[in-house]
Design a protein around this ligand. Structure first.
Ligand SMILES: NC(=O)C1=CN([C@@H]2O[C@H](COP(=O)(O)OP(=O)(O)OC[C@H]3O[C@@H](n4cnc5c(N)ncnc54)[C@H](OP(=O)(O)O)[C@@H]3O)[C@@H](O)[C@H]2O)C=CC1
Ligand SMILES: CC(=O)N[C@@H](CCC(=O)OP(=O)(O)O)C(=O)O
Length: 343
């Protein structure tokens, strides 16, 4: 059995990890941390876990986590980079759901995250945990940087086009909407129901920290620089991400539906929908799945890709468990097979 530690067990991605891991046959949840709820029973804070998760939250420390085989960080940016090294030195593997190890260049990381990176050498070692790209590297990694939620939806939408040279790389547009759980559980006025409940707005148009992450992934796939406009939006739903991605086709681009079906053939968690489909976030709610549809509008030389995920599952905790399965030699889909809720 894999002995699991979760740092940040009271947050939205933390409790989603608990929900998935509670039913995982190869895991035992050994340590779950919280500073503000230390001493409280996990199922007192989250009664949905009654009968599935036993134990109390404990204060986070390398000592408390040392007996684990694997520690997930479901913490704000800037936390894992301060604790990962001590754990790795004790032979504990680490999967970070935050952005601490996603960017390879420490200067770029410092620019977008507002402080210097405290473990820059680990940026080189960390494997970007997008299994549809890095499956072989993930299997032998001891430190995984789980992709952000927006970057997961956008990269999966674009990889077949970028890898095959089907589109112009200098004018890609990603228009992406997120539910409010993407901002986490912390209390903030802009996230109140009365602020977001009947309202839709874009934000960070000038630059969002997921922009360099998406670009890094696309540039690795293309082998050259890309030009990307990324505009995130906050929409009045709890879970879900809907990406609408626009790109200009190059001459001789071929059958796009076949391109996507071929690229993701055998991928357990990417579902290419039939031609003409319009994916809906509710169909992936609570499941580790990305549904994608490829469209050619009537006019122009544009391809439009629609991509939906649950930000807390394929965009965070589910993808983290997918990585765990690969790292520990467990069949990739174990603990992750489920069907979305409808309606
Ligand atoms: N929400 C989402 O859709 C997604 C989130 N992510 C990333 O995952 C990470 C977690 O997100 P989310 O679950 O939404 O966040 P939340 O704000 O909901 O939860 C954060 C958790 O971290 C703990 N925590 C906060 N500060 C520290 C600290 N300094 N040391 C140890 N524990 C700490 C909190 O508990 P306490 O303060 O009691 O210790 C809490 O349990 C973030 O980096 C986020 O960007 C990634 C993809 C999607
Ligand atoms: C809706 C919303 O606020 N979303 C978050 C991004 C989600 C996320 O958690 O991103 P990281 O993992 O990179 O921190 C935001 O825009 O800041």
């Amino acid at each position: 059995m894999i002995r699991i530690g979760i740092v940040g067990g009271t947050g939205y991605t933390g409790v989603e990890l608990l929900r998935i891991l509670a039913l995982h046959p190869e895991c035992v949840i050994s340590v779950v941390t919280s500073r503000s709820d230390a001493g409280k029973r996990v199922d007192e804070l989250y009664p949905n876990l009654r009968g599935f998760v036993d134990g109390v939250f404990v204060e986070p420390s390398a000592n408390a986590l040392a007996g684990c085989d694997l520690v997930f960080f479901a913490t704000p940016n800037g936390t894992a980079m301060r604790m990962a090294e001590a754990l790795l030195a004790q032979g504990v593997k680490v999967i970070d759901l935050s952005a601490d190890f996603r960017l390879k260049d420490p200067a770029v990381w410092a620019h977008w995250y507002g402080e210097s990176h405290v473990s820059p050498h680990l940026l080189q070692e960390a494997v970007y945990g997008l299994p549809e790209v890095n499956r072989a590297l993930i299997r032998s990694a001891r430190l995984i940087a789980c992709p952000g939620c927006y970057p997961t939806s956008v990269q999966l939408a674009l990889l077949p086009l970028v890898e095959s040279g089907a589109i112009r790389l200098d004018r890609i547009i990603a228009d992406v909407k997120s539910g409010v759980s993407g901002a986490g559980r912390k209390a903030e006025i802009p996230m109140l129901m009365s602020e977001t409940g009947e309202s839709l707005k874009a934000y960070s148009v000038k630059g969002h920290r997921h922009w360099p992450e998406i670009r890094q992934g696309l540039e690795q796939a293309a082998g050259q620089t890309v030009g990307l406009t990324f505009v995130p939006h906050l929409i009045p739903m709890i879970r879900g991400i809907h990406a609408t991605v626009y790109a200009e086709l190059n001459a001789g681009y071929g059958d796009l539906q076949a391109l996507f079906e071929e690229r993701y053939r055998g991928e357990p968690f990417v579902d290419i929908l039939p031609p003409g489909s319009h994916p809906d976030t509710r169909n992936v709610r609570g499941v580790n799945r990305c549904q994608i549809a490829v469209h050619r509008p009537l006019e122009g030389n544009t391809v439009v890709i629609l991509s939906v995920i649950d930000n807390l599952v394929k965009g965070a905790a589910g993808q983290a468990v997918q990585n765990m399965n690969l790292m520990f030699g467990v069949e990739e889909t174990v603990g992750l097979r489920s069907v979305g809720l409808y309606p």
